[in-house]
Design a protein around this ligand. Structure first.
Ligand code: GLA
Length: 370
């Protein structure tokens, strides 16, 4: 179905926002820490037209349900449409007077694969509404507006990474974002002879559930017990760990603090042109997420082990955890071998066949019809 067939007119424009892969820096964003994501070529496209009746009407080429909302307020709508309508609510709450719109959504990004399909949807709608209503918002602020839609309209307490990646990334670069100051830098991601292979483990995650929120709460509790604004502020890990009695809080703290260090180390290596060396940091990040933060899942652990065994320089789970994707840094001539090894390991366990995707660091959200 085309926009014209659904709405009886053409769209005013077409906008697109990408999903992301986080190279490294997992569960650090809501601890005021550092992240290093890059945007994927895959994402969400929104065709949109202004409406003067104030109504939001939504269709998706990937979903049967449609949605019509007169006055977006939290709780007024659920499901996928909440991510889109929530952005209109959040823009208005931030004082930006956007009116209604007819929207048609099309995505080439798998949902629940840990590649930020929700942030891509939010950001595509955000740039579309801003352009339709001539609202000028600096991108870092637009990322916060989209995050607020997810936090307060959808009800998922995510950090700022995914929306920032979708809005701020540039082609050929990873985005170093300091989630406390909001400052960011583009770090060249020159893959020379290496492939960033995304392995969709086919174990779908659902972040609106409690695992993510409980990790976030544990980090906040640990920071409070340490008398710090956030775990970002831990400068002496040994001393901090000795002050925490609860072994769970100790493990969570250990992950966050060491993960921030790994981001800094990865940036140093990338800037020095030593991309292959980043592999060891990826694997260290995975082990920390598996053993200290406890958000990995069996399919991810097997994908990481098999990739490394078959020649990847390193691999790790990406995103919030409990399902989704793994990223492996693989010498390009080893990619077939890695794919075969992971697929064979899944088949022998009777797990669904993994999906593979070669990730190219791509451009952030933009208008695409002109
Ligand atoms: C999800 C959240 C992000 C971030 C990651 C974990 O993707 O949306 O804000 O917390 O998990 O790094």
């Amino acid at each position: 179905m085309s926009f014209d067939e659904i709405y009886g007119r053409g769209p005013d424009g077409v906008w697109r926002a990408p999903g992301r892969v986080n190279l490294i820096g997992e569960h650090t964003d809501y601890n005021d820490g550092l992240v290093l994501p890059f945007a994927l070529g895959q994402g969400v496209t929104v065709s949109a037209a202004r409406r003067d009746d104030g109504v939001f009407e939504l269709r998706s080429l990937q979903a049967a349900e449609t949605a019509t909302v007169q006055d977006p307020v939290p709780g007024s709508i659920g499901g996928w449409a909440a991510y889109a309508v929530g952005v209109a609510w959040s823009l208005r709450a931030a004082g930006h007077p956007v009116g209604g719109a007819s929207l048609l959504i099309d995505a080439d990004l798998p949902q629940g694969a840990g590649l930020s399909s929700s942030a891509a949807l939010e950001c595509a709608v955000a740039v579309a509404l801003c352009d339709l209503y001539d609202v000028r918002v600096p991108r870092p602020e637009l990322a916060r507006i989209a995050q607020r839609a997810e936090n307060d309209f959808v009800g998922m307490p995510c950090g700022i990474m995914d929306q920032s990646a979708s809005l701020l990334c540039t082609e050929g670069h990873a985005l170093l974002l300091d989630c406390r100051s909001g400052l960011s830098a583009q770090v060249p991601l020159d893959l020379s002879g290496l492939t960033l292979l995304v392995i969709d483990t086919r174990a779908e995650h659902e972040l609106v559930d409690g695992g993510y929120a409980s990790r976030r709460a544990a980090c906040e509790k640990a920071a409070e017990l340490l008398g710090m604004p956030a775990l970002r502020d831990v400068t002496d890990l040994g001393e901090a760990l000795s002050r925490l009695e609860d072994p769970v809080l100790r493990r969570r703290t250990q992950h966050v603090v060491t993960e921030n260090h790994r981001v800094e180390a990865a940036v140093g290596l990338l800037r020095a042109g030593a991309v292959a060396e980043v592999g060891a940091l990826l694997t260290a990040s995975h082990l920390s997420l598996r053993d200290e933060f406890e958000v990995s899942w069996p399919e991810a652990n097997v994908a990481v082990e098999e990739s490394v065994h078959a020649g990847a320089r390193g691999a790790r789970m990406v995103g919030g955890g409990f399902g989704g994707s793994v990223i492996a840094l693989v010498p390009s001539d080893r990619v077939p071998r890695v794919r075969e090894a992971v697929a064979a390991a899944y088949a022998s366990r009777e797990w669904p066949e993994p999906r593979f995707l070669a990730a190219a660091p791509s451009e952030g959200a933009r208008r695409v019809d002109r």
